[in-house]
Design a protein around this ligand. Structure first.
Ligand SMILES: [Zn+2]
Ligand SMILES: [Zn+2]
Length: 560
């Protein structure tokens, strides 16, 4: 995580420089921007470079100057950069928050600050509503409206984090805690464990001996994923993660770990239903265990499974503890058999370096083989998407030839020749029929003109016999684009009729279609394809998160 965090830090440096706009800052901006670029493209953690050879640290990574090197070393050793803390004090602190708003850069922030004394998002919103912003030179009604939309989106997503965005980071954090010698057991409860699409905070439970608690908490407070400590007690610490979420640590007894996991996983309605059932059976349940009402004897507490068993229930997996019918299903041994990662035999939406992917077709295939897939489909972008290096029919042909050649080499996995073909503004596809004919698989997606016209375009493209699946249908992107407001009922109905599948895109910026649309698609009898839309080999691992979300939506493997 060092590279990412440091890239963020250097970006903040450039932002402060740009907002201050001193002449002396000009050159720093250029060199910091370069450092950000280098950090983002490194293929291993920068701390490893430092470990390998302290003396030659910067020589090993050309482009990083002495000043930046000092900051990087300070960060790796202490988790912060003093100069940044100092610099932050030179401007009102709300200004940096304003930069989180989409379409708003440091120059405009500086303008609003110096000309209207706007120093935070609240004041900015007021200034827009008062009509002050659009009167500034270089601003207009349209650009002002865009900022207002940006604020709305920020409010929508800033509170909770999408599971797809934080999943692997949280796993890493958990591993670090589990590796602590005084942690007998550690796990994450709450909505994260229930695979909710978005997560509001992280509930971390650790089993730790009474006499070790103080030391454990001291060590925990020093762990480098924490940003700010909010509250600290003997068994509980509330803090904020660097990745922007609250984390609540609770220390529990080892023999009560299962009960605590059950209790803090929820959801609330599920726990209430469970408590009611326990009561009817002459028991009571709380975070310490399941007890007999008669003599207060503990019946189960160490393992979650034992609690459900003692209540005459099949074990209810966390992801279906939604407080609906899961308890009555568990009572009758009728819990749904949902999809598992092992059911996934392939991934049919990914990009190679033919378009905007980072890796070659062969590298993608090798990684997919490690994941035990039987096939993949390489779906590079089509010609109109110039920004993503979309393929002309000629290059599409070249790609087909390379795919054929690779398949003849017996890689142990089959590569299909596909394309993510743009749905154009009039609802037609971005290749002629003669080119589409040679493709094994077509994902049809919208990458432009995100408005109400999309509904008609989808309805038209579903009729196209070459289309296998509609990609990222709502077009939402976390933090920047809201889902399309169109008639999904109508689209799903037609898709089912024409046997066009719906994509579950589990790339970390999309997660599309969102789970709340899944029941509607199921109702119409739609089939799904779960895809990662990977642009690099690492992103292929996102499949796990997508499967988790599908499990929570009770999706069975048969409908894939
Ligand atoms: Zn796409
Ligand atoms: Zn794609």
């Amino acid at each position: 995580m060092n590279n990412q965090n440091l890239a963020k830090i250097f970006t903040t440096f450039t932002h402060i420089c740009e907002i201050r706009g001193d002449k002396n800052d000009f050159f720093r901006v250029r060199s910091y921007q370069k450092v950000v670029q280098i950090l983002e493209n490194l293929d291993k953690d920068i701390a490893e470079f430092l470990d390998e050879n302290k003396e030659k640290f910067t020589q090993n990574i050309p482009g990083i100057g002495k000043e930046s090197e000092k900051k990087i070393i300070e960060y790796i050793n202490t988790g912060k950069v003093t100069e940044l803390e100092e610099m932050k004090k030179t401007i009102p602190d709300g200004l940096l928050d304003m930069l989180e708003i989409k379409n708003l850069g440091p120059k405009k922030v500086k303008k609003f600050w110096t000309e209207l004394d706007v120093t935070n998002i609240e004041k900015l919103k007021q200034a827009i509503l008062d009509g002050k912003i659009e009167k500034l030179s270089g601003m207009g009604q349209k650009s002002t409206q865009k900022i207002l939309e940006g604020i709305e989106i920020l409010n929508l997503y800033n509170q909770r984090k999408p599971l797809v965005e934080i999943y692997f980071d949280i796993q890493e954090i958990l591993k670090e805690v589990q590796n602590h010698p005084l942690a007998i057991k550690a796990d994450i409860a709450g909505s994260f464990r229930r695979h909710k699409e978005t997560v509001g905070d992280i509930d971390l439970l650790v089993a730790c001996k009474q006499e070790n608690r103080e030391i454990f908490i001291q060590d925990y407070l020093k762990m480098d994923f924490l940003e700010k400590i909010e509250n600290q007690g003997d068994t509980k610490v509330t803090a904020y993660l660097k990745l922007g979420l609250q984390i609540d640590l609770r220390l529990v007894e080892e023999d009560q770990f299962g009960a605590a996991m059950q209790y803090f996983t929820g959801n609330q309605t599920h726990n209430i239903n469970l408590r009611t059932r326990a009561k009817q059976m002459g028991m009571k349940i709380n975070e310490y265990g399941l007890f007999s009402l008669k003599d207060n004897q503990v019946i189960a507490s160490q393992k979650e499974e034992d609690i459900y068993k003692a209540l005459d229930l099949d074990f209810v997996p966390p992801y279906i503890r939604g407080g609906t019918d899961e308890i009555s299903l568990a009572e009758k041994s009728k819990l749904p058999k949902v999809i598992e990662i092992k059911d996934i035999k392939g991934d049919c939406h990914m990009h190679s370096n033919y378009s905007d992917g980072k890796n070659t077709i062969q590298e993608m295939a090798q990684k997919a083989k490690e994941l035990n897939y039987e096939y993949i489909v390489i779906t590079d972008h089509s010609q109109s998407l110039k920004i993503a290096n979309g393929l002309t029919p000629e290059r599409l042909f070249e790609k087909a030839k390379e795919t054929q050649k690779l398949n003849s080499e017996n890689l142990g996995i089959h590569i299909f020749h596909g394309s993510e073909v743009d749905i154009l503004k009039d609802g037609s596809l971005d290749y002629k029929d003669q080119d589409l004919e040679n493709l094994d698989f077509v994902v049809a997606s919208i990458h432009s003109k995100f408005d109400e016209s999309c509904e008609e375009r989808y309805l038209k493209v579903i009729e196209n016999p070459y289309v296998n699946v509609i990609g990222h249908m709502t077009t939402q992107e976390y933090g920047s684009r809201k889902p399309l407001e169109i008639n999904y009922d109508k689209i799903f109905e037609k898709a089912a009729k024409y046997n066009v599948a719906i994509e579950i895109n589990c790339s970390s910026r999309r997660n599309d279609i969102p789970s709340d649309l899944i029941p509607l698609a199921l109702k119409h009898g739609c089939k799904f394809f779960i895809n990662t839309d990977s642009h690099s080999i690492q992103q292929l691992l996102n499949m796990q998160i997508g499967v988790n979300l599908l499990k929570a939506a009770r999706v069975k493997k048969e409908i894939l």
